[in-house]
Design a binder for this molecule. Structure first.
Ligand SMILES: Nc1nc2c(c(=O)[nH]1)N[C@H]1C(S)=C(S)[C@@H](COP(=O)(O)OP(=O)(O)OC[C@H]3O[C@@H](n4cnc5c(N)ncnc54)[C@H](O)[C@@H]3O)O[C@H]1N2
Ligand code: MOO
Ligand SMILES: [Mg+2]
Length: 414
């Protein structure tokens, strides 16, 4: 008898995945290798930034009081008593009309309280003249103006970007605490899948899901082992999934999750005594996406249809992986945009449409042929339009929800 599956709503399905995701262990990692991890500790300023009053310009450090009364008709003279660049500290203590020639980034000498830019001076034999008066503190980068010692500047859960690395380097971190990344086994199932160097015999197709999911994982800098494409053979597939579970934190399969005679994943979850979190979601495509838990390990059974496979990864696997890595926010941003073309089809369930989002005009449109088996629209998309279940007849100009999947590639033609 055909098993009856009860569809779960998308939000609940996502929550179930996140709730089952256990955070990975915290390890120390060299900041040089930390890109793409998530901070597992708050970063606290270990000193003021800037650490000392410094010059933001190439110029002269002066006592502002000595510039009072300067004008075009009354140029005031200053005597250069020292000359420093960034990294050097002047021993001089300024008095009256003395000045230290100072370069950008150098510490303000004692007695000085303003900096005159080189462009504001006219050189003389022993210094320069200027034609305007300066306020105390003018052209000085004050100690602690960006942050002060003890301040939390970045919180745990922040993704380590090049900017974060700059902060870590600023505060002398050589290593930083992060959560380990899960390792992922990737298994594309299907007797129809021909290896890249194999001839495409009648009825065979290329495996596009495997390389696509490997690419999505690569984008998250997650170590992935791709198992060879298998036949739809129960014992064989079970053995491979068992091996994958023994080697990796997460197992992602593509294909074989529906109710077909050669869809063996449901039987495999059963054989593994894995807890099936859901095997039907009230969405299109990707309705047959199945997620199961075996202890702390998650098995993502993504659909074989490429667009469904892609959507299943973005909606369920990605947030779960981010949760394991300790990300503060695991959800993709959802924004509002106006449709730039009609979408008249009925949406019996929540529909996810691979789409081209133009953030400049705030408009979005389907990225071409968009059925569950579509592959080209994935490549043309940077987002997914989300249309609620039970709706139909969307028109150009309607405001819709858009999940931004590839923020860095917002115009896919870049
Ligand atoms: N009686 C029913 N039939 C189907 C249902 C259903 O509810 N009742 N659901 C349909 C939906 S929706 C989808 S989606 C698919 C899901 O199928 P599976 O996840 O079991 O995947 P397969 O059967 O293995 O393959 C489906 C389709 O995708 C192609 N495929 C598979 N792997 C790859 C790959 N690595 N690269 C590219 N293309 C791949 C495969 O050749 C099939 O065409 O089931 C519907 N049926
Ligand atoms: O639910 Mo299927 O995944 O629509 O194509
Ligand atoms: Mg099938």
């Amino acid at each position: 008898m055909l098993e009856k599956r009860t569809p779960l709503n998308v939000q609940e399905a996502i929550e179930r995945c996140i709730n089952k995701s256990q955070k990975m262990l915290i390890v120390d990692i060299s900041i040089d290798d930390s890109l793409g991890y998530y901070l597992a500790e708050d970063i606290i300023a270990t000193y003021d930034i800037p650490m000392f009053d410094k010059s933001p310009y190439d110029g002269y450090a002066i006592r502002s009081a000595a510039s009072k009364g300067a004008s075009g008709d009354n140029r005031l003279s200053f005597k250069k008593i020292d000359h420093i660049g960034a990294g050097a500290v002047s021993e001089s203590v300024l008095s009256d009309n003395e000045a230290v020639r100072i370069m950008t980034g150098a510490q303000i000498p004692e007695g000085a309280d303003a900096v005159v830019m080189l462009e504001q001076t006219v050189e003389t034999d022993d210094g320069f003249t200027l034609r305007k008066s300066f306020e105390s503190g003018e052209n000085i980068s004050k100690q602690g103006e960006e942050c002060t010692k003890g301040e939390v500047v970045l919180t745990a859960g922040t993704k380590i970007t090049p900017g974060v690395i700059a902060v870590l380097a600023t505060f002398s971190y050589q290593s930083v605490k992060v959560r380990r990344k899960p390792t992922v086994a990737l298994i594309a199932t299907g007797s129809e899948l021909a290896a890249p160097d194999e001839e495409l015999a009648p009825g065979k197709i290329r495996n596009s899901n495997g390389p696509m999911i490997a690419g999505l994982l690569h984008d998250m800098a997650i170590e992935t082992e791709s198992y060879r494409v298998t036949e739809d053979h129960y014992e064989h597939l079970l053995a491979i999934v068992e091996e994958a579970l023994s080697q990796h934190d997460i197992v992602i399969t593509t294909g074989g999750v529906s109710v077909g005679d050669f869809d063996f994943m449901p039987a495999i979850y059963k054989a593994l005594s894995a807890e099936v979190l859901f095997n039907k979601v009230a969405m299109r495509p990707g309705s047959v996406t199945t997620v199961a838990a075996k202890g702390s390990q998650l098995l993502f059974g993504l659909s074989g249809n490429p667009s469904a496979c892609y959507s299943g990864f973005e909606l369920f696997a990605k947030p779960a992986l981010k949760e394991m890595m300790g990300a503060a926010d695991v959800h993709a941003p959802v924004i509002k945009a106006r449709l730039s073309s009609d979408f008249t089809k009925a949406n019996p369930f929540t529909r996810f449409i691979r789409a081209e989002l133009d953030i400049v005009s705030g408009t979005v449109r389907p990225a071409g042929f968009n059925k569950s088996n579509a592959v080209i629209a994935i490549a043309r998309s940077n987002s997914m339009i989300i249309l609620p279940g039970g709706t139909r007849g969307f028109k150009e100009g309607d405001l819709v929800d858009v999940m931004v999947t590839r923020l860095s590639d917002v115009g896919y033609t870049w």
